[in-house]
Design a protein around this ligand. Structure first.
Ligand code: GAR
Length: 248
């Protein structure tokens, strides 16, 4: 299955996908290319170092950007697009054309702490300001509303009291510490979602729900974990967790 990753910044999630492929954990997944939209994106350096084809899409206009992106995706027969720290909002046309074939990772348990303007460290700041005891990360399908597409998988991350103590003395240090902690789980979670997709284990189901305000259409992702899929995955991913320890 051919995938493209879209990134704007550091690219550590992109790196984690590369590592999962290199370690043979992600199976039947061909990482075709990285597309980036900021000249100084560190993700591009990573792609060059790793020998992954990379493409700088240097277009300001939203519609032109989407058109050019769509052209590349189609030409290359890309079957799944993974947004990894990609700081642009994609337009309706591309989302419809690639419906349920574009994923995104977000550093909180959506629908909490998501939406327009909620990205990167801002998310963790809002999390700590709220006083929640558990945060996490979410992989979801991209839909027209920002951070509101159907949720694929999530991972909870506990916030220790120590982080809150630090937050009261040095807020920016606490925000960074929490971001680093969540990021480690993002790196594991994204490849799991990609493998579930590649294994045809994800199905989006629409359901009409009667509410007091009237009928509402909701989309759910059903995940098929039958035949020990998750146990097998956890076993396979141990190799990455060992590998990750060496560079942390
Ligand atoms: C990640 O934490 C990702 O979840 C977040 O940006 C960071 C990118 O890191 N994305 C968002 O906040 C999207 N709303 P990376 O470039 O090192 O992968």
């Amino acid at each position: 299955m051919k995938i493209a990753v879209l990134a704007s910044g550091e690219g550590t999630n992109f790196q984690a996908i590369v590592d999962h492929v290199k370690l043979g954990i992600l199976k039947n997944v061909d990482l075709e290319l990285l597309i980036y939209d900021r000249q100084n994106a560190k993700a591009a350096e990573r792609a060059k170092r790793e020998g992954v084809e990379n493409y700088f899409l240097d277009i300001k206009d939203r519609y032109e950007f989407d058109r050019a992106l769509l052209k590349i995706l189609k030409e290359r027969n890309i079957e799944l697009v993974a947004l990894a720290g990609f700081m642009r909002i994609l337009g309706e046309e591309i989302i419809r054309e690639y419906q349920w074939k574009i994923m995104n990772i977000h550093p909180s348990l959506l629908p909490s702490f998501g939406g327009k303007g909620m990205y990167g460290l801002k998310v963790h700041q809002a999390v700590l300001m709220s006083g929640v005891k558990v945060t996490g990360c979410t992989v979801h399908y991209v839909d027209v509303a920002v951070d509101a597409g159907p949720i694929i998988i999530q991972q909870g991350v506990r916030i220790d009291e120590k982080i809150y103590e630090l937050f009261s003395q040095n807020p920016s240090k606490a925000i960074e510490e929490l971001s680093r902690k969540v990021l480690r789980y993002e790196h594991r979670l994204y490849s799991k979602a990609i493998q579930l997709f590649a294994d045809n284990r994800l199905k989006v189901e629409s359901q009409v729900i009667e509410t007091k305000e009237g009928k509402k259409m909701v989309n759910f992702v059903r995940v098929d974990y039958s035949n020990n899929w998750e146990e097998e995955w956890d076993k396979r991913q141990r190799k990455y967790i060992e590998f990750e320890k060496n560079w942390l």
